[in-house]
Write a protein that binds this ligand. Structure first.
Ligand SMILES: [Fe+2]
Ligand SMILES: [Fe+2]
Length: 357
């Protein structure tokens, strides 16, 4: 993984970004649709509950099921003429404002950016669906299989709701970005419950909760807010499964295994962070005369960069990894250096997630 990502790295001052200048490389990543997944299927003959906390999470999931078609008011308009999110939440809109472009252009740019981000979340949802399907086979306890199966249904609903939102309301589903596709394949093709759970349930679900919470807090559109609120509720249950499972894993892990998980967690999220929206800017920047590289250089060089950039990470994933012992003194400076961790929010428990003791 490291080697592949290094081939696409570029220095921006102290910051390193990942940029796919070669569109062919991205296309071949997208065309890689048949993944070779090593799977061990585990039967169990124990049908009683063995992990009470997972059974409770499964019960909670049953109570909180919802129907994407009937729960939301799909008649609510979503248009390019409105601020779907606050303008401060859009990198493109702010760049357009700085360049003196009119408000209609700023709104259109923010709309495109949102469609791009939601498209990436949609592709991530598909990966989560596939991965949870794998977990129903891989896990060896019935409580885990039940829980994973219930999450498969949740993820199908997320794909349904986000794809309908994009198709009905935004008009476009953008292709998956190169860095994201590479990282999702890394998780899907990983061997064993441990890496899959750490990667998808803790790292990706935890980051997704942070991003969704940020977007919901910036939303000015009732349909978008409602959709995000419903999806986020499910996602925090999913991130909780990650923590509960990983808590058992870390209790039994040797020091070497802990180091390995700690380093891998950092590599995966650092790569996601290093992409710094370059895929989005490469796609949409030219439409608004925005130079993606200059924009990223400016953003990563800002004094407030770490504060702004770390919000999504500090919401759930970083506090959870710290509690699990997967961010320690050995690696903490790395997280800080790339703007994924700041002091003031460190250790704040994320809403709805179990404390790890
Ligand atoms: Fe999801
Ligand atoms: Fe999820």
């Amino acid at each position: 993984m490291k080697k592949f990502m290094e081939e696409h790295r570029k220095k921006f001052g102290d910051f390193e970004v990942i940029e796919f200048v070669d569109e062919q490389a991205v296309e071949s990543l997208r065309k890689h649709t048949a993944c070779d997944v090593p799977l061990t299927l585990n039967w169990t003959w124990e049908y009683g509950s063995e992990v009470a906390e997972l059974r409770r999470l499964y019960e909670k999931g049953k109570v909180n099921q919802w129907n994407a078609e009937t729960e939301l008011d799909w008649d609510t308009p979503v248009t390019k003429d409105e601020w779907v999110l606050n303008p401060e939440g859009s990198m493109l809109a702010q760049a357009c404002a700085l360049m003196g472009k009119d408000e209609a252009t700023q709104k259109a740019a923010a709309f495109d950016e949102l469609a791009y981000l939601m498209s990436q979340l949609l592709h991530g949802e598909q990966a989560a669906l596939q991965l949870c399907g794998q977990l129903t086979n891989l896990c060896d306890k019935m409580d885990q299989k039940w829980y994973a199966a219930s999450q498969v249904v949740d993820e199908a609903r997320h794909i349904e709701v986000i794809s309908k939102f994009l198709q009905r309301k935004m008009g476009t589903i953008y292709p998956v970005g190169g860095t994201l596709k590479f990282l999702l394949d890394e998780l899907l093709e990983a061997e064993g419950v441990q890496k899959k759970t750490l990667g998808m349930q803790c790292l990706f679900e935890g980051t997704a909760v942070g991003i969704m919470d940020l977007m919901r807090s910036e939303s000015r559109n009732a349909l978008f807010s409602h959709m995000m609120e419903k999806v986020e509720q499910d996602e925090s249950r999913h991130a909780a499964f990650g923590v509960l499972t990983m808590r058992r894993v870390v209790q039994e892990a040797s020091e070497n295994e802990m180091h390995e998980m700690e380093d891998w967690a950092f590599q995966v999220l650092e790569a996601l962070n290093a992409n710094q929206q370059l895929d989005m800017l490469a796609h949409l920047g030219p439409k608004y005369d925005i130079d993606g590289e200059a924009m990223t250089r400016m953003f990563t060089g800002m004094a407030e960069f770490a504060d702004i950039n770390s919000r999504a990470f500090m919401h759930t994933v970083v506090p959870n990894l710290k509690r699990l012992g997967l961010i320690t003194e050995r690696t903490e400076s790395g997280w800080r250096k790339v703007g994924m961790m700041v002091d003031e929010r460190a250790g704040k428990p994320a809403a709805g997630l179990p404390e790890v003791s």
